[in-house]
Design a protein around this ligand. Structure first.
Ligand code: FES
Ligand code: FES
Length: 172
């Protein structure tokens, strides 16, 4: 059946953009076909977190949202975080801590961490787990990712503790 094209307009990584879409197109599919391929397709069912983007500052699964639901919203993808030349603090810690294996989960992890750092001023482990527990990693066992994030958060909290949370895990 031929679908009638619709348009959707939203702010994407700071720029107002209009895209042609279909009523049944998911935001994840729109982003990827428009070249924002840092946002990954994992499960397509809202369980893995690989497709995480920010919408109005909150982490959402873009595989569950219809593209039309982004109308007038502020969407941020991994492409808005750091660059090869100047990675974000968390990206640098992931590199320095050898915390990335296949890397498929990492963009989603970074976006959930962005949501955390935008919304909270303090970062106790239980709060951090709440933000990060929607992101699964099939490779690393989480330890090094958690340690990398904990080092960033510890610095933000100003306690200067390096890797204080490295032994506590966001998931079992
Ligand atoms: S692809 Fe969206 S949660 Fe897995
Ligand atoms: S590094 Fe491979 S899924 Fe996380």
């Amino acid at each position: 059946m031929i679908k009638h094209p619709h348009t959707v307009t939203f702010t994407l990584n700071g720029e107002l953009k209009t895209f042609i879409t279909r009523p049944d197109e998911k935001l994840l599919d729109l982003l990827r076909r428009e070249g924002y391929k840092g946002t990954k397709y994992g499960c397509g069912q809202g369980t893995c977190g690989a497709c995480t983007v920010l919408m109005d500052g909150r982490a959402i699964y873009s595989c569950l949202l219809f593209a039309m639901q982004a109308e007038n919203r502020d969407v941020r993808t991994i492409e808005s975080v750091g660059t090869h030349e100047k990675p974000s603090e968390f990206q640098q810690e992931l590199i320095d801590g050898a915390a990335v294996q296949c890397g498929f989960c990492i963009p989603g992890m970074i976006m959930s961490a962005e949501a955390l750092m935008q919304a909270e001023d303090t970062y106790p482990d239980d709060i951090v787990r709440e933000y990060m527990d929607g992101n699964l990693c099939r490779c690393t066992g989480y330890e090094k990712i958690w340690g990398a994030l904990r080092r960033v958060l510890d610095r933000k909290e100003g306690n200067g503790v390096q890797g204080s949370g490295a032994s506590s895990r966001p998931k079992s």
